[in-house]
Write a protein that binds this ligand. Structure first.
Ligand SMILES: Cc1cc2nc3c(=O)[nH]c(=O)nc-3n(C[C@H](O)[C@H](O)[C@H](O)COP(=O)(O)OP(=O)(O)OC[C@H]3O[C@@H](n4cnc5c(N)ncnc54)[C@H](O)[C@@H]3O)c2cc1C
Length: 510
């Protein structure tokens, strides 16, 4: 059996030790924010041999990183706007994640685009050409077809087999394509943060940066209220849509993207994803995203979200209605508002260029160095977190504050990573293998004295009791919210969350 993952384990005892050591040190790199980007910076810097402290005001993946569509994109939509370099970067990063660094967390997901009555022949032809271009990107990024199959045209019968909820009337067939899908976005962040910890980074949740300079930060321990200074040779601000509040000269205007959560039965048990064209648009789609755990997400919108940045953005009834309407345009039986068991929203950062001008940073990230040397990295995608992190640490080196080797994270597997054949041989429940990779047998072993832990925490939600226990011992979960809303996603359905809360609280009390 694999040995216990001590070096990568995060828990309350390690947090207390790391926190106690921090005020007496000068770390090489202080990273602010533990979403995908900040966790990626912590890993990149630690793997180059730097001493690292990485802090989050709340928890791993508290921000935008847990509200995504959970796709590892090949960059197809950037091709449409002629941004070939951005598209290629996405496709390369997708290949690295799927073949080397996180093959346990990223799966090939088939998507069907229904050629329904509402989709004109011209729209269908444009999309088919786009899918071929996406396959060329895959080939250019050297991701083999065995990992991501090529696109093809489907007959009407094949389309209905893959997506049985579609209305058969007027269906001319479909277009099949493949992309990467994460087991869960918050789990990717946890895996990156733990891999950084295994390389020596101090990973500290519930530590808020109150003020930053190029030489460190004033920090508050949000559990005790105690304030202290962290001294650092370099500071990287990876606070996502909150980044502008920490440095001068970075001004963000977010836009909200909303997803719905429905049960599998509401879409006749569809297992393939769907691209549902938005009315009148050849390149904008509502996505149907089956999660393989009894839930399907449907998204997403793009609405300006001016004003103060909320901790947790809320979807509006208008956005929910819009998604249901577009989805209903291709279904035999529309999904009703009463079928929606949850909804979530995330904020995309738009860089405010002043005088009403904005730049959409969801395409490519920006790395900005403030006058006193704080490096801010913002925008981009989960897919490209590794490249963003490498660029941010390169910017630190370029500023002359530290000297070190180039990034090597493209060759560092995240905790739990292994190839498909090795994962298939593991003796553990498949759900655990899909979320914990090679650690799945260790997670399952936590049920040795209490077999009930291998049962779902609540009926109707796939997460098992051992997942909560593992999260407390090895994944830094400190509160019921950490357990239900980030280490597992039970909380995406409010009724499931309420039912699971006593179990989570009882576990933490033990
Ligand atoms: C609706 C939506 C869907 C998306 N779908 C996809 C997708 O399918 N695939 C994809 O590749 N990308 C997708 N993206 C993009 C992707 O989600 C983001 O680019 C990414 O999650 C940003 O991560 P981040 O680490 O930069 O920010 P965040 O995840 O927001 O992390 C910032 C962290 O900083 C912390 N913080 C804030 N202030 C402080 C402070 N003062 N002190 C300490 N910590 C602080 C916060 O608590 C937070 O945890 C999507 C984005 C949106 C909005």
């Amino acid at each position: 059996m694999t040995s216990l993952p001590r070096a990568s384990s995060l828990n309350a005892a390690r947090r207390a030790r790391d926190l106690a050591a921090l005020p007496g040190e000068v770390v090489d790199v202080l990273v602010v924010g533990l979403g995908a980007t900040g966790a990626g910076v912590a890993l990149d810097a630690a793997a180059r041999g730097f001493s690292v402290a990485a802090i989050d005001a709340r928890d791993l993946a508290f921000g935008t990183s847990r509200w995504s569509s959970k796709l590892i994109h090949g960059g197809l939509r950037y091709l449409a706007s002629g941004r070939i370099a951005v598209a290629h970067e996405s496709a390369v990063e997708r290949g690295i994640l799927m073949t080397r660094t996180a093959p346990h967390l990223v799966r090939a997901q088939p998507f069907v685009l229904p050629l329904a009555a509402a989709v004109s022949r011209a729209q269908g032809a444009v999309t088919a050409t786009g899918l071929l271009a996406g396959d060329a990107l895959r080939a250019a990024a050297r991701t083999p077809r065995s990992v991501l199959p090529g696109p093809r045209r489907l007959s009407a019968a094949e389309t209905l087999r893959l997506a049985p909820a579609l209305a058969p009337d007027g269906l001319r067939g479909g277009l099949l394509s493949w992309d990467g899908r994460l087991a869960d976005d918050a789990r990717l962040v946890t895996a990156i943060a733990r891999t950084a910890a295994a390389h020596g980074a101090r990973v500290l949740t519930r530590c808020r940066a109150l003020a930053l300079t190029g030489d460190g930060a004033r920090v508050r321990d949000e559990l005790t209220g105690a304030e202290f200074d962290v001294r650092a040779r370099a500071v990287v601000n990876a606070a996502g849509v909150w980044a502008g509040g920490l440095v001068d000269g970075v001004s963000l205007r977010p836009s909200r993207g909303t997803h719905l959560v429905v049960r599998d039965a509401s879409l006749a048990g569809t297992s393939a994803g769907m691209h549902v064209p938005m009315p009148g648009s050849a390149d904008r789609f509502v996505l149907v995203l089956p999660q393989g755990d009894g839930r399907i997400y449907v998204g997403l919108t793009d609405e300006p979200a001016d004003g103060p940045v909320p901790d947790v953005p809320e979807p509006t009834p208008g956005e929910i209605g819009f998604l249901l309407d577009v989805l209903g345009s291709v279904l035999a039986r529309p999904v009703r508002a009463a079928d929606v068991v949850g909804a979530f929203a995330g904020l995309r950062p738009l860089l405010d260029g002043g005088a009403g001008a904005t730049a959409d940073l969801s395409r490519r990230h920006a790395v900005l160095t403030s006058r006193d040397g704080v490096v801010t990295v913002v925008g981009g995608k989960l897919t490209t977190y590794r490249r963003m992190a490498a660029d941010a640490v390169d910017a630190v080196l370029a500023g002359g504050r530290l000297a070190g080797p180039p990034s090597r994270t493209d060759r560092i597997p995240l905790v739990g990573a292994a190839d498909a054949a090795s994962l298939a041989r593991l003796d553990a429940p498949r759900r655990l293998v899909a979320r914990y990779g090679t650690e799945a047998p260790l997670v399952a072993a936590l049920a040795a004295d209490d077999p009930a832990l291998l049962e779902p925490v609540v009926p109707g939600s796939a997460a098992l009791g051992v997942e909560l226990a593992w999260a407390v011992r090895h994944e830094g979960a400190l509160t019921a919210g950490d357990l239900l809303d980030r280490r597992t996603r039970i909380g995406l359905v409010a009724a499931d969350r309420a039912a699971a809360l006593p179990a989570a609280e009882a576990l933490l009390a033990r």
